[in-house]
Design a protein around this ligand. Structure first.
Ligand code: C2E
Ligand code: MG
Ligand code: MG
Length: 683
C-alpha cells in the first residue's frame, strides 16, 4: 500500500487538511528564523552586560538602558515562544486527525462491500480493497500482476480508458458502468466512480476508484424491460415491441424503396370454443405449443429460397419478428419480402404446419388458422394502419370460410393470385406435356453453315405460345425446372441424333442446352447428362452446356467442382450472356470453358455505338487469347454479321439467320442450308 497517498485522502474534503498543514508548516519556518535572530541579539546583549569592559563607556545610564532593552527583548521572545508552542499544538492536532482519518479510510476500505482501488496515472494498481476477492474472486497478487484495465470487457475497455484519460487531464472523474471478468470466467457489471488525487502542482497523480457490483440490479432491470415488451405466457414479443419494430421497418421501407416486407396476422379459428370446452389452462397450453410451432416455422422461413441480399445496405438479412398481440392473435413481420407470393407461401406453409394435431393434456386438438397479409408497399406510414390492414384481410379470410389466407393490397393480391395460378398451371403443363422444344441455329460465320442449335423451351398454352422469360423464374423457384429440363435434354438429344445422321458434317452438328443455378446445384447433374447421352447415343463433345457468367464464376470451389465433373464427361462448356455479369477475367482463365457467348445487348447496337463495338472486339480478342471460341448472340442485321466477320468471330446466332423454330421447321431449314451450301460450292 502507498502510505503517503493514503494520508492525503480524506472523506469530505480530501484536500483541506493537507493545505492547512502546509500553511502552518510554512509559518513554522518563519517563526524559527525569527526566534533564532532574537536569541542571537539577546545573547549579544547579555555578553555585553556581563563583560562591561568590552564597552568603551561605562556610565550608569547606559547600564540602566541596556537592562530595559534586554527585558523588552526577553518579553518578545516569550511571546514568540507561546505562539510557536500554539502552532506546534495545532500541527500535532492536525497530524492526529489525519492519522484518525487514515485509520477510518483503512477501516472503511477494508470492510466496505464496494471495491476500492487506488491506481496511478498509468493504470497500475497501488491498492485494492479486500472486497475485490469477495466480488471478483481475485487475490491481491492476481490484481497486482495485472493492469487496472485488463479484466474489463474488450467492448467497454476503450470507453473506460477514455474516461480515465479525461479524469487525468481535467481532474474530474465520472460515474460509469462496465463489465469486468470474474475469476470464474463470468462477466459482472460494475458501477464505478473515479476521483482524482492531485499533486502539489495541481495535476492528477492518482485515481481512487470505487466500484460497486450491480450485476444483479442490471439483471433485474433487464428482466423488467423484457417483461414490459414480452408476453408472459409465450415469452414472445408483445404488441408494444411488435409495433415498435414494425414502425422501424416501415420507416426504412419508405427511405429505401428496394426494402420490402410483409406482415402476417394469424388468428386461431374458433379458439373460444376450444377454450370454453377444454378450460383456460388447456387453452393456455395450446397457445404455448402454437407459439413454439410458429417460432420454428419463422426460423425456417429464413432459410427457404429468399433473396440473398437485403434491399438496404448494411442491414442484416431476414430480421423476422414473431409476436403475440394478445389472446389467440399472433403476428409475424416477414423481413425482406421481394414478392407478395413469398408471404403467401410462408402463410400457407404455416397453415399446413399448424394443421398437424396438437396434444394437450393427452388430448388431440385439431385447429385451423386464418391469416391476413399486408405489405410494406401500401401507402401507410404508421405501423398501426398497416396492422389494421392485415386485421381486415384476416377477417376477410375468416368470412371466406376459415383456414384461409387473404392479402390486403389489391395489386398484391392480384399478383399473388396470378403467380399461384402460374405455379399450378406449370405443374399441370409438365404432366400434360405442354412444353415444346424450339431450336435456333448457330451459324459458322466463315462458311455460313449451321454448326449446331440452341434448344429453347416454349410453353404451348391454349391461348398461345409463352416465352421462357415469363415462366423460367417460377419454374426455377419451385424446382419444376429440373423435370422440365430433363425432358428437354432428352428430346433435344433425340432430334440432334436424327439430324446428325441426316446431315452429316465435320465436325458434327452440336446441341446447346441452358442450365440454371438450381440445376447447377443438383449433385446428380453430371450423371443425369451422361445417362441421357448414353441412351440417345450422342457423342459428349456434341453437347454444349450453357451456363450464365454469375453461376459459372460464383462460389469458386463449388462451381469448380461441378464444371470439372461436366468436363470429365467430355461435354463442352459455354459461358452464356457473357458481359452481363461480373466476371473475374482471372477466373475465366482457370475454369474449363470452351466457348463465350457474347450477350445480345452488345451485339444489338454494335453498328451504331462505337463503345459497344469496341467491347465486342475486346471480348473476342480476350476469348481468342484464352483459346476460346466466340458465339455472337442476337445477331439481327447484315451489318452486324460483317462487323463480326471483321473481328474474326467464329459463330453467330440470331434472327438474321433464324428465329427459334420447332423441329419440323428446323428440318426444312437444315435442308435448305445444305442446298444453299451445295449451291455456293457448286457455283
Ligand atoms: P439465352 O440462353 O441467352 O437464349 C437466347 C435468347 O435470345 C432466346 O430467348 C432467343 O429467342 C433470343 N434471341 C435469339 N436471337 C435473337 C435476336 O436476334 N434478337 C432478339 N431480340 N432475341 C434473340 P428465349 O428463347 O426467350 O429464352 C430466353 C432465356 O431463357 C434464354 O436465354 C435462356 O437463358 C432461358 N431459357 C430458354 N429456354 C430454356 C430452357 O429450356 N432451359 C433453361 N434452363 N433456360 C432456358
Ligand atoms: Mg443460352
Ligand atoms: Mg444468352
Amino acid at each position: 500500500m502507498d502510505q503517503p497517498a493514503f494520508q492525503e485522502v480524506s472523506q469530505n474534503s480530501p484536500q483541506a487538511i493537507p493545505t492547512q498543514m502546509r500553511r502552518i508548516e510554512g509559518r513554522e519556518w518563519w517563526l524559527w528564523g525569527f526566534a533564532v535572530a532574537v536569541t542571537l541579539a539577546l545573547t549579544l546583549g547579555i555578553i555585553s552586560f556581563t563583560f562591561p569592559w568590552l564597552n568603551r563607556e561605562t556610565d550608569v545610564a547606559y547600564w540602566f538602558d541596556l537592562r530595559e532593552w534586554v527585558r523588552g527583548l526577553a518579553a518578545l521572545v516569550l511571546l514568540f515562544d507561546f505562539y510557536a508552542v500554539y502552532q506546534h499544538m495545532q500541527l500535532h492536532r492536525i497530524r492526529r486527525q489525519l492519522a484518525e482519518r487514515d485509520q477510518l479510510f483503512h477501516l472503511i476500505s477494508e470492510n466496505a462491500a464496494d471495491m476500492i482501488a487506488l491506481v496511478d496515472s498509468d493504470g497500475r494498481r497501488l491498492y485494492n480493497s479486500p472486497s475485490y476477492q469477495k466480488v471478483l474472486g481475485y487475490s491481491n497478487e492476481d490484481l497486482n500482476s495485472t493492469s487496472a484495465f485488463e479484466q474489463i470487457h474488450p467492448d467497454d475497455r476503450p470507453r473506460v480508458e477514455q474516461a480515465a484519460k479525461k479524469a487525468r487531464l481535467t481532474g474530474q472523474g465520472e460515474r460509469m458502468e462496465y463489465r469486468v471478468l470474474h475469476k470464474d470466467g463470468t462477466w459482472r457489471t460494475l458501477e464505478s466512480t473515479a476521483s482524482p488525487i492531485l499533486n502539489a502542482k495541481g495535476q492528477t497523480d492518482k485515481l481512487v476508484i470505487v466500484n460497486r457490483d450491480i450485476t444483479e440490479r442490471k439483471r433485474a432491470e433487464e428482466m423488467l424491460a423484457h417483461n414490459a415488451f414480452h408476453d408472459g405466457l409465450t415469452n414472445l414479443p408483445n404488441r408494444a415491441l411488435f409495433l415498435d419494430r414494425l414502425q422501424h421497418a416501415l420507416t426504412l421501407s419508405k427511405r429505401h424503396p428496394n426494402y420490402k416486407f410483409a406482415i402476417l396476422l394469424i388468428d386461431v379459428d374458433e379458439f373460444k370454443i376450444i377454450n370454453d370446452s377444454l378450460g383456460h389452462k388447456a387453452g393456455d397450453e395450446l397457445l404455448i405449443q402454437l407459439a413454439q410451432r410458429l417460432t420454428c416455422s419463422v426460423r425456417q422461413a429464413d432459410l427457404v429460397s429468399r433473396p440473398r441480399t437485403s434491399g438496404v445496405p448494411d442491414r442484416p438479412l431476414h430480421d423476422n419478428t414473431l409476436a403475440r398481440l394478445g389472446g389467440d392473435e399472433f403476428t409475424i413481420l416477414l423481413d425482406d419480402v421481394r414478392d407478395p407470393i413469398e408471404a403467401v407461401r410462408v402463410a400457407e406453409r404455416m397453415q399446413a404446419e399448424l394443421a398437424v394435431p396438437f396434444v394437450v393434456n393427452g388430448q388431440k386438438i385439431v385447429i385451423s388458422v386464418s391469416i391476413g397479409i399486408a405489405a410494406s408497399t401500401s401507402p401507410h406510414t404508421q405501423a398501426e394502419d398497416l396492422l389494421r390492414d392485415a386485421d381486415i384481410a384476416m377477417y376477410r379470410a375468416k368470412r371466406a370460410g376459415k383456414g384461409r389466407c387473404e392479402v390486403s393490397d389489391p395489386a398484391m393480391h392480384a399478383s399473388a393470385v396470378k403467380r399461384l395460378s402460374l405455379e399450378t398451371d406449370l405443374r399441370k403443363a409438365l404432366d400434360q406435356g405442354e412444353f415444346r422444344v424450339y431450336y435456333q441455329p448457330i451459324v459458322s460465320l466463315q462458311t455460313g453453315m449451321f454448326t449446331g442449335f440452341e434448344a429453347l423451351t416454349r410453353w404451348q398454352r391454349p391461348e398461345g405460345v409463352l416465352s421462357p422469360m415469363d415462366f423460367i423464374g417460377v419454374a426455377e423457384e419451385t424446382g419444376l425446372i429440373i423435370p422440365m429440363n430433363r425432358q428437354l435434354l432428352r428430346e433435344a438429344c433425340q432430334h440432334l441424333r436424327s439430324w446428325q445422321s441426316e446431315f452429316p458434317s465435320t465436325p458434327p452438328l452440336t446441341m446447346s442446352v441452358n442450365i440454371t443455378s438450381k440445376e447447377f446445384a443438383q449433385p446428380d447433374l453430371a450423371s443425369e447428362i451422361r445417362k441421357c447421352l448414353e441412351q440417345t447415343g450422342i457423342d459428349p463433345s456434341c453437347l454444349q452446356v450453357e451456363i450464365i457468367e454469375t453461376i459459372a464464376m460464383g462460389d469458386a470451389e463449388k462451381s469448380g467442382q461441378v464444371l470439372a465433373q461436366l468436363k470429365a464427361l467430355g461435354v463442352r462448356l459455354s459461358i452464356d450472356d457473357f458481359g452481363t455479369g461480373y466476371s473475374s477475367l482471372g477466373r475465366l482463365r482457370r475454369i474449363p470453358v470452351d466457348t463465350l457467348k457474347i450477350d445480345r445487348a452488345f451485339i444489338s447496337n454494335m453498328e451504331r455505338d462505337p463503345e459497344n463495338r469496341e467491347i465486342v472486339r475486346a471480348i473476342i480478342v480476350l476469348a481468342h487469347n484464352l483459346g476460346l471460341k466466340v458465339v455472337a448472340e442476337g445477331t439481327e442485321t447484315e451489318e452486324q454479321v460483317s462487323l463480326l466477320k471483321q473481328f474474326n468471330c467464329e459463330m453467330a446466332q440470331g434472327y438474321f439467320f433464324s428465329r427459334p423454330i420447332d423441329d419440323q421447321a428446323m428440318l426444312k431449314l437444315l435442308a435448305s442450308n445444305r442446298n444453299a451450301r451445295a449451291a455456293s460450292v457448286g457455283g
